[in-house]
Design a protein around this ligand. Structure first.
Ligand code: INI
Length: 161
């Protein structure tokens, strides 16, 4: 039996962070958490690119571009969709999730989904450095683990066509 695990070694790896500016009071803290988490695990500052987009709805397109560039081991997607602020909460949150998942499967690059979807600002803040920790940090650790895991798994077979 062989067991595969990812580990969290960051040295020599490159990561992109895509962050939504909407609800920046929350997402800026998620970015801080993610970049601190990457640094803690040995990722060099120069090996992290942070890209800001207007809102969570725009994350998938930019994440797909970055993942498709071949320049990153994983792309961390950060946003905060807050139900109290919008009638189209479900649309924005669902499309962000769907688009990020699709981009990950199509590119074969781990895209980490940390778009908070909460009822109110307090719940979001609790997950961005508050009582529930910083989900940006958790996203960084998921990115490191997935990067390591994909490196260890058998490569995708190509037909050569
Ligand atoms: N974008 C968010 O990231 N969070 C939200 O809570 C939000 N609300 O409340 O509407 C939101 N909307 C903007 C959306 O992501 C797009 O930027 C916009 O629709 C333009 O395409």
């Amino acid at each position: 039996m062989t067991t595969f695990t990812g580990g969290r070694e960051g040295s020599g790896r490159r990561f992109a962070v895509v962050a939504a500016r909407f609800n920046e009071i929350v997402t800026a803290k998620l970015v801080d958490g993610a970049t601190a988490g990457l640094a803690k695990h040995g990722v060099a500052e120069g090996d992290v690119d942070v890209v800001w987009v207007p809102g969570a709805f725009e994350i998938p397109l930019v994440a797909a571009r970055l993942a498709g560039s071949g320049g990153y081991d994983a792309v961390i997607c950060l946003g905060a969709v807050i139900r109290g602020e919008t009638g189209h909460f479900d649309l924005v949150a669902n499309e962000a999730a769907r688009g990020i998942a699709r981009a990950s499967l199509e590119t074969g690059v781990p895209l980490i989904f940390e778009v908070l979807a909460t009822d109110d600002l307090a719940q979001a803040e609790a997950r961005a450095g508050g009582a529930h920790g910083n989900k940006g940090w958790a996203a960084a650790e998921a990115a490191l683990e997935m990067a390591g895991l994909l490196e260890r798994l058998p490569a995708v077979e190509t037909t050569g066509r």
